[in-house]
Write a protein that binds this ligand. Structure first.
Ligand SMILES: [Zn+2]
Length: 372
């Protein structure tokens, strides 16, 4: 994985194993029904995912490291050998792709544009930076959109300047002409180009910075990140995350999956189709439990809530995670208790009243605050 680009079918096969394990299909511990799209599962927790690694992007990040080494350690034996093997002429940047080379090199070259938009070159002799694709900064952006003639797309800055004045006579637009004139005053023949990694404040490549950039591009921050920081067991964190996204297998969710159910709430014996909002917010049994919780902890008042997401957001608002905030822990423990009570009634025929359930919630909360 650190050397070869994983074929798509391999990534799919491994993801299938991971997906089956996560949803209990392979172990027989769960329903086997995926509760969240796999793409979403593989997002970082702060972006609304479950923090499972995206194999394809991790593979890409690990391979980018080799391209970085060509520029960061140009005098290493590996860099010298690689350049001599795969670049046939002198003054050719490692990013100037040629069709020759091993599978390893060809795989690396599929990432050269990604590498180009992730790096900046501080120009020296211009022999590493590509004229069209590298970001050599200083007011002139890369010419990705200028659609260069294919036969000239691999030219380094050095090669373009070497061809002056014929470069200026090529049928390129005015901006490109100006850029060439600019470069002729900025390059220095006695120093190397210095490559900087854009996605890290130090300017140095790390696999972590590459992965985080790739996985977060175009995504918005998840408001419920605190779920993963509340001092409760990981299994209950996942449960809360699923409640927040309305992904539990309640009756309405089963109906959406074309699974037949007999409508009805096991907590209050209502004959309406069961929903998460009903179980955790508006069910009479739940309202009675919230009322008892409120009498013990006046700061917890959820009797008027009709939406789980809003309820969890409020519980996590201004939570001091480091001090094991009892409000957040207690609220989530109540949600967890309601779900277990609902399942016990449906699958085991066992029922507790709200007094007994509150007693159980209190003991669980104390244990979480003490041990988590
Ligand atoms: Zn009910």
């Amino acid at each position: 994985m650190t050397v070869f680009k994983l074929p798509t079918w391999v990534v799919k096969a491994i993801d299938k194993l991971r997906r089956n394990f996560l949803w209990g299909r392979s172990t027989g511990t769960g329903t086997g029904i995926p509760l969240l799209a796999w793409d979403r599962v593989c997002l970082p927790k702060q972006l609304g995912g479950m923090g499972v690694l995206n194999l394809k992007l991790l593979n890409t990040s690990l391979l980018l490291k080799w391209l970085w080494r060509l520029f960061d350690q140009p005098n290493s034996q590996w860099a010298i050998l690689t350049k001599s093997l795969f670049t046939s002429r002198t003054n050719v940047s490692p990013l100037s792709w040629t069709a020759r080379g091993s599978f390893f090199w060809r795989d690396l070259m599929t990432f050269r544009h990604l590498f180009s938009i992730s790096t900046t070159f501080n120009l020296g002799d211009g022999k590493d930076a590509l004229f069209w694709f590298s970001d050599w900064g200083s007011g002139y952006l890369r010419f990705f959109d200028s659609k260069p003639p294919p036969y000239k797309s691999n030219l380094t800055v050095f090669q373009v300047l070497q061809q002056l004045p014929s470069s200026l006579q090529a049928p390129w637009n005015v901006d490109v002409h100006n850029a060439i004139l600019y470069l002729s005053t900025r390059t220095a023949s006695n120093t190397w180009d210095i490559c900087s990694w854009k996605w890290n404040s130090s300017g140095c490549f790390t696999v972590k910075s590459a992965y985080n950039t790739l996985v977060s591009t175009g995504k918005t921050k998840f408001l419920g990140t605190s779920i993963w920081k509340v001092k409760i067991p990981p299994s209950i964190q996942i449960f809360t995350f699923l409640v927040f996204h309305n992904r539990l297998l309640t009756q309405d969710a089963l109906v959406k999956r074309n699974i037949f159910v007999q409508p009805g709430c096991s907590l209050c014996s209502s004959t309406s189709l069961e929903t998460a909002n009903h179980i955790f917010c508006s069910c009479p049994y739940t309202l009675d439990l919230w009322s008892r919780v409120h009498s013990l902890y006046p700061s917890i008042l959820y009797q008027n809530h009709t939406d789980c997401k809003q309820l969890i957001t409020e519980a996590l608002h201004n939570v001091n995670i480091n001090k094991k905030d009892p409000k957040a822990v207690l609220t989530i423990t109540v949600l967890w208790a309601l779900w277990l009570e609902r399942n016990n009634r449906i699958f085991r025929g066992a029922a507790r009243n709200t007094v007994a359930l509150l007693h159980w919630v209190n003991s669980q909360q104390e244990m979480f605050l003490k041990h988590c």
